[in-house]
Ligand binder design. Structure first.
Ligand SMILES: Nc1ncnc2c1ncn2[C@@H]1O[C@H](COP(=O)(O)OP(=O)(O)O)[C@@H](O)[C@H]1O
Ligand SMILES: CC(C)(COP(=O)(O)O)[C@@H](O)C(=O)O
Length: 289
C-alpha cells in the first residue's frame, strides 16, 4: 500500500456532565472544569487519511469543525482528511466535540507516525476544546472512562480526577433541543450561577461519592442554575415518579436517565428515546461498534 492510501482509525467515548464549575486561566492546560459526569459506550469513530487539502467531514458532511481543525493543525502540516462518525447527537451535551477531537488526535498520530503519547494527544484535544469554547472537562473524563469526578481543573495529566465506582448502567436519553456551549460559557450571569451551584455539588459528591448521589446532585444543579427547561423538568419528574433517576445533560436540552425498562416506557411518552450505557472504555485506536 503506498503512503497516500494509508488510513488510521480511532474511537473516543462521548461524555455527559451532570454538574460542573468553570475554571479559565491564560494557560489552556490548567483551564477546564470541576464536576462529575458519565463516560458513554456511544462515542465518535474517526478515520484519518492523506488528502489534497485539509478536509473535515462530520457524519459525511463537510463542516466548519473548528475544534477538530485545531487538533489537525497542531499535529499535521500536510493536508489530511478527517472523517468523524458520531454515535450520539451533536450540540446536545454529549461531549461530541471532545470525542471527535480526542479520536482525531489519536488517528492522526497513527497516520503520521508522530510517536506522541496518550497524555500528549489528550492534552492537544483538551487545548482545542478550551480554545474553541466547545468544552472544558469532557476530554479529561473521556480519557479515563466510567463515572469521573473532576476535583481540580486542567488537561489530562494536569487536573486531578477520581471516579465513582459504578456498573456500566444502561442510560436512556431524550433530546428536547440543542444548546450552544460556546454561548452559555460566554454569558456572565449564567457562568456565575453555574460556578456557585457547581462548587456546592462538588463538595457534596466528595462527601458521598455514589452514583445515586451524583444523579441527585445533577438534578439539583440543573434546577439551581436555571438551565433546566420546563419540558425537561416535566420529564425528570415523570421518571422519578416510577422510581427512576434523571437529570439534564450539560450543556444540552436533553434528559438522561437510568432505571430500567419502566424508565424507557415513561420517556417514550415524551418522544424518541436513545439508549447507550456507561463505559469504562476510553479513547483507543481502531473502530468501535
Ligand atoms: N468533529 C466535530 N464533530 C462535531 N462537532 C464539532 C466537531 N468539531 C467541532 N465541532 C463543533 O462543536 C460543536 C458541538 O460542541 P458543543 O456545543 O460543545 O456540544 P457537544 O460537544 O455536546 O456536542 C458543533 O456545533 C461544532 O461547531
Ligand atoms: C459541560 C461542558 C462545559 C460542556 O459540555 P458539552 O456541551 O457536552 O461540550 C463540559 O465540557 C464540562 O466541562 O463538563
Amino acid at each position: 500500500m503506498n503512503q497516500s492510501e494509508r488510513v488510521a482509525q480511532a474511537w473516543a467515548p462521548s461524555h455527559i456532565t451532570g454538574f460542573f464549575s468553570i475554571h479559565r486561566e491564560q494557560d489552556p492546560l490548567v483551564s477546564g472544569s470541576c464536576g462529575c459526569g458519565i463516560v458513554l459506550e456511544a462515542g465518535c469513530n474517526v478515520i484519518a487519511s492523506f488528502g489534497g487539502e485539509f478536509e473535515i467531514l462530520v457524519n459525511g458532511t463537510e463542516v466548519d469543525a473548528r475544534t477538530t481543525m485545531r487538533v489537525v493543525r497542531m499535529l499535521s502540516d500536510r493536508p489530511v482528511r478527517v472523517e468523524c462518525y458520531h454515535q450520539t447527537p451533536i450540540g446536545a451535551g454529549f461531549g461530541a466535540s471532545a470525542a471527535s477531537a480526542l479520536a482525531s488526535a489519536f488517528a492522526l498520530n497513527e497516520l503520521l507516525n508522530l510517536g506522541r503519547s496518550g497524555v500528549e494527544l489528550s492534552q492537544i484535544a483538551h487545548i482545542a476544546e478550551v480554545e474553541e469554547m466547545t468544552g472544558l472537562g469532557d476530554v479529561v473524563a473521556a480519557s479515563r472512562g466510567g463515572v469521573v469526578i473532576r476535583k481540580r481543573p486542567g488537561a489530562p495529566g494536569v487536573g486531578e480526577i477520581d471516579t465513582i465506582p459504578s456498573c456500566d448502567y444502561k442510560v436512556f436519553y431524550l433530546v428536547l433541543g440543542n444548546l450552544s456551549t460556546r454561548e452559555i460559557l460566554g454569558d456572565r450571569d449564567t457562568v456565575r450561577a453555574i460556578n456557585h451551584a457547581g462548587r456546592v455539588a462538588l463538595r457534596e459528591i466528595l462527601k458521598k461519592p455514589t452514583f445515586s448521589r451524583f444523579m441527585e446532585l445533577s438534578r439539583n444543579f440543573a434546577r439551581e442554575t436555571g438551565l433546566l427547561s420546563d419540558r425537561a423538568r416535566d420529564v425528570i419528574e415523570a421518571v422519578e415518579s416510577v422510581g427512576g433517576m434523571a437529570s439534564m445533560a450539560m450543556l444540552g436540552d436533553v434528559v438522561f436517565a437510568v432505571g430500567g425498562e419502566r424508565v424507557r416506557s415513561v420517556l417514550e411518552e415524551f418522544g424518541d428515546v436513545g439508549m447507550t450505557r456507561i463505559t469504562h472504555s476510553r479513547v483507543k485506536l481502531g473502530s468501535h461498534p
